[in-house]
Design a protein around this ligand. Structure first.
Ligand code: SF4
Length: 489
């Protein structure tokens, strides 16, 4: 399998995986390549062009700052989110870039970094060109941020498309059964379920077999629990911020801190019996408000949709496993009363299952809002969360596939139209709504036996086709939908 679970969940910063994390990684990679070729010390100038959706909404998504940070050697996994603003301000003020954190080159942010508002590159809606002048010659790289923080060069993209076509050609010929110790291959949901049946494995167990090609079980478990710890910390941070307004000029208020106070107030009583739902809303809002403010985030599978899986995991941890409401954050796993300690096994099962579903989306359609609209971001995350929860609730592979299908089906056609190019409206609230939808999808699937009319593969293919038909103004360009009907002020 080309993709692993940790490709679907990575630690980075907000507000966007494709528009912030991806461009930063592309810049880091370019500088590393110069360094590996022994050229870093001979660079005379650097220029960057952002195209397509990156050009159209790059400012609102912080793509320009991300590129400057990446060229300066900062990486999304390890940087201090608070360090980006001052670094970018310094580059703009001094007209100098500290390339790879190693050497200074002149850099005019007005002319050396260009956002092409109406021009696209051929490979993907999120295109970039980075070039360096070295010894009077030009070294240029064309690359694409294809969603979820993934970055590929033009050459890699072409090779990937070729390989995917080759896999489609041979898919019917292979027996589909992995040997002991080998990866168990699947490229569709039908194949995934069939492989689970053939090997008598759950989806999470099958994924664990495949992950052994990359790392041992212990390391995988640690990495997944680290992801969970960052998710919990993110929820905690979002619930405890004192700033009231999100950055970007839209004047969108943070809701999570106030909602948390309300829910924790002794006198608060929800009308009806939907307490858990209110907390799920809180968890999702907290994560996406952190994302909107450039905070530390787990891309899951994108940043715009980063609140859904943490919200549903918190629901599982608090209301299914049973520690009750709260948002204490990533405290020591051994601490008395730690909300996560009892549920580590369930977290691992959840993330492995969700990862398997995410691979199907990435393999057979897209998780990029710029490519297929918000159905690819929020729809994918909703399906992944529904699948993860269903597995933890005891669902069979068939029921898990059903849960994922329900989670996607009712997000089909969802457009991407962020107001002001910011990942705030409709994104933040949309995550809360989709989190509740994911829980409902898992519960609906648990009431059936896994047999259902629309398969997950059919829903994913429908998403792909719908995305292909969707006008570009609904694909992360902020030229249609809410983006043109909501007045920015
Ligand atoms: S509308 Fe959806 S796809 Fe578009 S930026 Fe917001 S969350 Fe991402």
């Amino acid at each position: 399998m080309a993709l692993g679970v940790l490709d679907l969940f990575s630690i980075g910063i907000g507000p966007s995986s494709s528009h912030t994390v991806g461009p930063m990684r592309a810049a880091v990679r370019f500088v590393r390549e110069l360094e590996a070729a022994g050229l870093l010390g001979r660079v005379e100038a650097i220029r960057v062009g952002l195209y397509g959706s990156l050009g159209a909404t790059g400012i609102g998504h912080g793509s320009d700052s991300a590129v400057l940070a990446g060229l300066s050697g900062l990486e999304p996994e390890t940087l201090d989110p608070d360090s980006v603003g001052p670094l970018v301000a310094e580059v703009r003020e001094k007209g100098t870039l500290h390339l790879g954190g190693r050497m200074s080159v002149p850099f005019d942010a007005q002319t050396d970094l260009t956002l092409h508002l109406r021009e696209s590159l051929p490979g993907h809606p999120n295109g970039m060109r980075i070039s360096a002048e070295v010894d009077g010659g030009l070294i240029e790289r064309e690359c694409y941020s294809v969603g979820g923080g993934f970055v590929v060069t033009a050459e890699e993209l072409a090779a990937e498309k070729e390989a995917a076509e080759a896999i489609d050609t041979v898919a019917d010929d292979r027996d589909g059964h992995g040997r002991d110790g080998d990866a168990i291959e699947f490229s569709t949901a039908d194949e995934l379920v069939a492989q689970c049946r053939a090997h008598q494995l759950s989806i999470a167990e099958l994924m664990a077999v495949n992950e052994r090609q990359r790392q041992d079980d212990e390391l995988l478990r640690k990495q997944l629990l680290d992801i969970w710890a960052v998710m919990r910390e993110c929820v905690h941070n979002g619930c405890t911020r004192t700033e009231t307004t999100l950055p970007g000029g839209l004047k969108v208020g943070r809701r999570a801190p106030q909602l948390r106070s309300t829910l924790e107030a002794a006198e608060y009583r929800a009308s009806g019996s939907l307490d858990a739902l209110e907390w799920v809303n809180l968890y999702a809002l907290a994560v996406n408000e952190e994302n909107a403010s450039g905070g530390r985030i787990v891309t899951a599978p994108t940043n715009g949709a980063a609140g859904i899986i943490p919200a549903v995991l918190h629901y599982m941890d608090r209301f299914v496993i049973g520690d009750g409401p709260g948002c204490e954050g990533a405290v020591d796993d051994d601490a008395p009363g730690d909300p996560g300690a009892a549920s580590d096994d369930a977290v691992v099962e959840f993330l492995l299952t969700a990862g398997a579903i995410g691979i199907l989306f990435k393999r057979n359609a897209s998780i990029s809002g710029a490519e297929v609209g918000c159905q690819g971001e929020v729809g994918s995350a909703c399906a992944m969360a529904a699948a993860g929860l269903c597995a933890v609730l005891g669902g069979t592979p068939e029921q898990v596939e059903n849960a994922a299908e329900i989670g996607l089906e009712h997000n089909l056609g969802l457009t991407c139209d962020p107001v002001g190019g910011l990942v705030q409206v409709p994104c933040i609230e949309r995550n809360a709504i989709a989190s509740v939808k994911a829980i409902n999808a898992a519960r609906l699937a648990m009431h059936g036996d896994g047999s259902h009319r629309v398969s997950l593969d059919q829903a994913i293919e429908t998403m792909r086709q719908t995305g292909a038909d969707m006008k570009s103004k609904y694909k992360e360009t902020s030229r249609g939908g809410l983006a043109v009907n909501v007045v920015e002020c």
